[in-house]
Design a protein around this ligand. Structure first.
Ligand SMILES: Cc1cc2nc3c(=O)[nH]c(=O)nc-3n(C[C@H](O)[C@H](O)[C@H](O)COP(=O)(O)OP(=O)(O)OC[C@H]3O[C@@H](n4cnc5c(N)ncnc54)[C@H](O)[C@@H]3O)c2cc1C
Length: 414
């Protein structure tokens, strides 16, 4: 009689889930990956879709195409709403789904910190529809500014506020500045470029807090050179779609606020009924198992795990390494071997601020300017999934670099 293999259900085809599924290739299990989207998304380049530099399909790939050759793999597109731990089954938009092992990797969502007005009028950046919405909005602001006769209203349409001085905020502000100052300036020769303002608001007194001081200062100088007004200790209190009010009382007329100030766990975490830590992330054992449910693992942005007294950051390498570690532990538990604790190998951080400008702290060495920018390009091309995506992104970047163009500046209906 044919023996049925244990089923490993993985929720989320992001960095964590996809790497767990791949690493289970040779294991004696049936892998079922579940996602509400049919694609894996390379989130680190989302800001380039938002600023008309890349097309969405260049930074995403269907999960079925990525894992087509893996015999023990199956994909189901559905929304996971909860988990019945006692019955060992998921509650999904397509009915229950049973598991023997469960790997939860549903990632995070934009954290507006309870600022409802910002949630309504501001723009988060977490998935492809967010990026397209920002692209459409920014380009529409320019079209509306062309038709606006009132100079104050025109300046408000051309004022772009980015909130959050972490890597996403810095990269977004830099890319927005280049889109406007190098490309849109040619499309809208009748608009006065002096009417354009880009502000980067940071609530603390530091940009890129995880970087060494020398690199933080280099990043700040580069942003100023790109005409980006960097404001420290600037906390947003309200935004009505036309005016941003800061906690200090200052009001900035602006039609665009891009919120890059934080991430929290997805609503699925709250639906699990498990105790949660900061940002709604769920504390896991050193083996990445959920306390009291040894057959359930949580990884990536959804998991809370400390090393040396500090929580691990919400970055792709943590999710990737956790995905691989979980696959190893599932294989070990099937062989009756003790599970291994997870240890994160931090290889460093990188952030680009536009052409020829980046900062990198890699393997303890600081890089800035052109060498850091080349390193950033190489790392991102290597990490992108699929040869076609690598090729098209490289071609796009080369075209933009030499011809000061942005191919994807279409305003599309949503
Ligand atoms: C704009 C942006 C820029 C970033 N830049 C960088 C960077 O430069 N470097 C870096 O290291 N990190 C960066 N990050 C962070 C990095 O992308 C995340 O840490 C990483 O994606 C986390 O991986 P994950 O597997 O936990 O979740 P994700 O990659 O977010 O994947 C989660 C998956 O779960 C699915 N899902 C969620 N809920 C459900 C549900 N209920 N049912 C079914 N499916 C569900 C989602 O559709 C998604 O496919 C960036 C993030 C953003 C948003």
């Amino acid at each position: 009689m044919r023996q049925t293999l244990p089923t490993v259900v993985i929720v989320g085809g992001g960095f964590g889930g996809l790497n767990a599924a791949r690493a289970l290739r040779g294991a004696p299990v049936q892998v079922v990956l579940v996602d509400r989207n049919n694609y894996h998304l390379f989130q680190p380049l989302l800001y380039q879709v938002a600023t008309a530099g890349l097309e969405p399909e260049q930074i995403a790939k269907p999960v079925r195409a990525i894992l087509r050759g893996q015999k023990n793999f199956d994909f189901r597109m559905m929304d996971v709403r909860g988990v019945d731990f006692a019955r060992r089954q998921l509650e999904t938009s397509a009915g229950p789904l049973a598991y023997d092992f469960l790997v939860l990797a549903p990632g995070g969502e934009t954290n507006f910190f309870g600022l409802e007005a910002m949630e309504r009028h501001g723009f988060g950046l977490k998935d492809i529809p967010d990026a397209i919405t920002i692209r459409n909005h920014v380009l529409t602001c320019f079209e509306r500014a062309m038709l606006e006769s009132d100079p104050e209203r025109r300046r408000a349409l051309l004022t772009f506020v980015v909130v959050g001085g972490g890597p996403t905020g810095v990269e977004m502000a830099g890319a927005l500045s280049e889109l406007i100052r190098l490309v849109l300036v040619k499309d809208y020769p009748r608009l006065n470029i002096k009417d354009v303002r880009i502000l980067l608001l940071e609530a603390t007194d530091k940009l890129l807090a995880a970087m060494p001081e020398r690199l933080r200062e280099a990043a700040g100088r580069t942003l100023w050179r790109k005409w980006i007004e960097v404001r420290f200790s600037a906390t947003v209190a309200d935004f009505d779609g036309e005016r941003v009010r800061l906690k200090s009382g200052e009001v900035i007329p602006a039609h665009t606020v891009i919120w890059a100030a934080g991430v929290r766990a997805t609503p699925l975490n709250a639906a699990l009924g498990l105790p949660a830590a900061r940002q709604g992330r769920i504390p896991v054992e050193p083996t990445l198992q959920v306390r009291g449910h040894p057959e359930v693992y949580i990884i990536g942005d959804a998991a809370y795990h400390e090393e040396n007294g500090e929580p691990l950051p919400l970055v792709a390498p943590v999710a990737i390494q956790m995905g691989k570690a979980v696959a190893r532990n599932i294989a070990r538990s099937l062989r009756g071997k003790p599970l291994e604790p997870f240890r994160y190998r931090d290889q460093g951080t990188l952030a680009t601020i536009g052409r020829n400008a980046a900062v990198a702290h890699v393997f303890g060495v600081n890089w800035s300017g052109f060498p850091a920018w080349v390193m950033w390009l190489v790392v991102h091309i290597i990490q992108l999934i699929g040869f076609r995506n690598k090729l098209f992104v490289l071609l796009n970047w080369a075209w933009d670099y030499f011809f000061y163009e942005r191919a994807a500046r279409l305003i599309t209906r949503e």
